[in-house]
Ligand binder design. Structure first.
Ligand code: HEC
Ligand code: HEC
Ligand code: HEC
Ligand code: HEC
Ligand code: HEC
Ligand code: HEC
Length: 421
């Protein structure tokens, strides 16, 4: 008995302490939120959920329509984040102070509900928000520099202002050459005249240059006629190519809607509003309903009071059941057929290639000429985007013995009937 007591006595205390200690530690571990997963699968699954549901309004490291999301699980608990994502209005209605402040800060812009997201979806989302697409500042700066360089060199070839300078310099050089030639002629004539020459040679040396003769010569007449014919033909063809060209056309729109704000600053994707670009011929101008997804709640620019008169116009359109009468900017004549999905989805061409830097435009203007020559030039130069397109595999194979890459012209991009009904 004694021995048992002594055996157990001290160690019992020790055991109890140790047990309590471990229980305490364990409690800490288990009571804390389960950490956000950093597995590759979770991050990439989260990215697709994010792109499908959140990207319109959120970025990870920058404020967009909604706040920058990275670090949300440091600011709030995982449980809070999940319930807010599922139904932010419920969290706000519960009187949560943080949520109410945030809501006010964002102009009472209601974030949509995401009740349909499963718990696994939410876990993946948080994994992506925490660990996905980390930007390395150095790499980003380099990319920005590269983009800047590209923009500087954009348009290709020599900028027009340099062309003018080059032409002026060339003219001056030509003039100088003429002067020098004249000097050489007069020196040579003087020198030759000092020699003993027979009559015919003398006559030859001292002959005057007669313009009259030149004008009457057959060669001159032929050259001039050819030049005039070429010029007239060129103007006529240019004229044909540019009938109805409206490059630079920028009409005033009924609502002061800004692409620089929505597509630039807020980085809303083009497809969010121009829903047709990937599926059909026409890009579509959004109806007022699409504006209302956000403007039901955003009534003015941050920091202003009351409802913006421009946004009021969207409400009026909805109330009166009248479409907003946007003025059409790009407009091909009926005889031409142009299909957006063919160029954007199949061809993989960026909107900006044809429409210019829309995301910087306060008011949209027509950036390209939209002439037949413009379409054809691009079809001559642009390679087919055959990657991942089985339809083209065979064509590319057939074409593989030719040296040039497969261009749009090679699949019939220059055939009249492809573009004309
Ligand atoms: C229509 C725009 C919109 C969409 C889509 C949207 N959000 Fe939000 N989100 C907001 C706004 C605005 C806020 C600021 C709070 C408010 O106004 O309700 C916000 C706030 C949040 C917050 C709190 C941020 C913080 O710093 O506390 C989280 C987390 C969040 N959103 C996650 C998501 C996730 C995840 C998705 C996609 C499943 C999503 N949101 C989709 C607009 C949006
Ligand atoms: C929030 C909605 C929205 C987003 C996002 C948006 N647009 Fe627009 N876009 C409009 C509206 C509304 C118009 C008609 C009014 C106007 O011309 O400004 C328009 C007009 C245009 C036009 C001229 C159409 C015509 O009449 O010929 C082009 C081109 C265009 N958008 C391209 C883009 C591109 C490219 C992007 C992405 C970088 C983009 N848009 C993003 C709403 C949007
Ligand atoms: C994804 C959300 C979203 C969509 C869709 C959207 N907007 Fe906006 N818009 C905003 C936000 C956010 C602001 C306020 C930006 C700020 O606070 O600086 C705003 C600002 C504006 C303003 C500026 C108001 C002022 O007083 O200067 C106008 C005008 C406007 N939007 C028109 C439209 C029209 C028209 C459409 C539909 C073609 C549209 N918006 C679609 C989010 C959206
Ligand atoms: C290959 C050149 C090209 C590309 C790339 C292109 N567009 Fe267009 N876009 C045009 C032409 C040409 C028209 C005039 C079409 C017409 O009048 O039938 C047009 C017209 C439009 C219009 C006016 C409405 C309509 O459908 O006629 C909008 C809006 C538009 N484009 C948006 C976009 C967006 C957004 C993208 C990128 C996702 C894009 N475009 C990519 C050439 C292009
Ligand atoms: C920036 C370059 C570019 C411009 C500008 C452009 N296209 Fe295209 N176009 C393409 C590419 C690339 C394809 C091939 C897409 C594919 O892989 O099917 C194409 C394909 C086509 C086709 C289908 C050809 C075929 O044989 O299947 C038609 C029709 C067409 N374009 C019409 C036009 C018209 C009309 C215009 C001018 C209003 C135009 N395109 C301007 C790049 C351009
Ligand atoms: C890649 C597309 C494309 C191809 C291929 C093409 N065209 Fe065109 N064509 C156009 C477009 C776009 C216009 C409208 C240009 C404008 O409005 O300035 C046009 C305009 C014209 C016009 C002028 C009509 C007018 O009202 O000014 C004639 C004529 C014409 N095309 C004939 C032809 C013939 C003939 C061929 C075949 C050798 C041909 N096109 C091939 C796209 C094309």
């Amino acid at each position: 008995m004694l021995s048992k007591r002594s055996l157990v006595g001290v160690p019992l205390k020790f055991h109890t302490l140790a047990l309590l200690f471990f229980l305490f530690l364990g409690g800490q571990v288990f009571a804390a939120d389960p950490a956000v997963s950093d597995s590759e699968e979770a991050i990439s699954a989260g990215k697709s959920v994010f792109n499908a549901n959140c990207k319109t309004c959120h970025k990870l490291d920058q404020k967009a329509v909604g706040p920058a999301l990275r670090g949300i699980t440091d600011r709030r608990s995982i449980e809070w984040a999940k319930s807010f994502i599922k139904n932010s209005q419920a969290v706000i209605a519960s009187g949560d102070e943080y949520a109410n402040n945030l809501y006010a800060e964002y102009n009472n812009l209601m974030m949509p509900q995401h009740e349909f997201l499963s718990d696994a979806d939410l876990d993946n989302l948080l994994a992506y928000i925490e660990y996905g697409d980390k930007v390395d500042p150095a790499a980003e700066a380099a990319a920005a520099a590269a983009a800047g360089g590209e923009a500087g060199a954009g348009g290709g070839g020599i900028p027009t202002q340099y062309l003018t300078i080059i032409i002026v310099v060339l003219v001056i050089v030509l003039f100088l050459i003429l002067v020098v030639l004249g000097l050489i002629i007069s020196i040579l004539t003087k020198y030759v005249n000092k020699q003993d020459l027979d009559e015919t040679d003398k006559e030859f040396v001292s002959q005057k240059f007669e313009f009259g003769k030149v004008f009457k010569s057959d060669a001159f007449i032929i050259i001039v006629t050819a030049l005039v014919v070429a010029l007239v033909a060129k103007t006529a063809i240019d004229g044909l190519y540019t009938v109805g060209v409206q490059q630079g056309y920028a009409p005033t729109q009924p609502i002061a809607y800004s692409h620089a704000l929505h597509a630039g600053t807020l980085e809303i994707e083009c497809q969010y509003c121009h829903t047709g670009v990937e599926i059909g011929k026409s890009a579509n101008i959004p109806s007022a309903n699409i504006c209302m997804n956000c403007h039901m709640h955003v009534q003015n620019v941050q920091g202003q009071d009351g409802i913006s008169p421009e946004i009021q116009k969207i409400y009026d359109a909805i109330d009166n059941n009248q479409p907003i009468e946007w003025v059409r900017i790009h407009n091909l004549p009926d005889l031409a057929y142009f299909n957006h999905s063919q160029h954007v989805k199949v061809g993989g061409i960026e909107c900006q290639t044809c429409h210019g830097p829309i995301q910087e435009m306060e008011v949209v203007y027509q950036y390209s000429s939209l002439t037949m020559g413009w379409c054809i030039d691009c079809h001559r130069q642009t390679e087919i985007n055959a990657q991942g397109n089985e339809y083209y595999d065979k064509l590319v194979q057939l074409h593989s013995d030719s040296k040039d890459a497969l261009k749009v012209k090679d699949i019939g991009g220059l055939e009249c009937a492809k573009c004309h009904y």
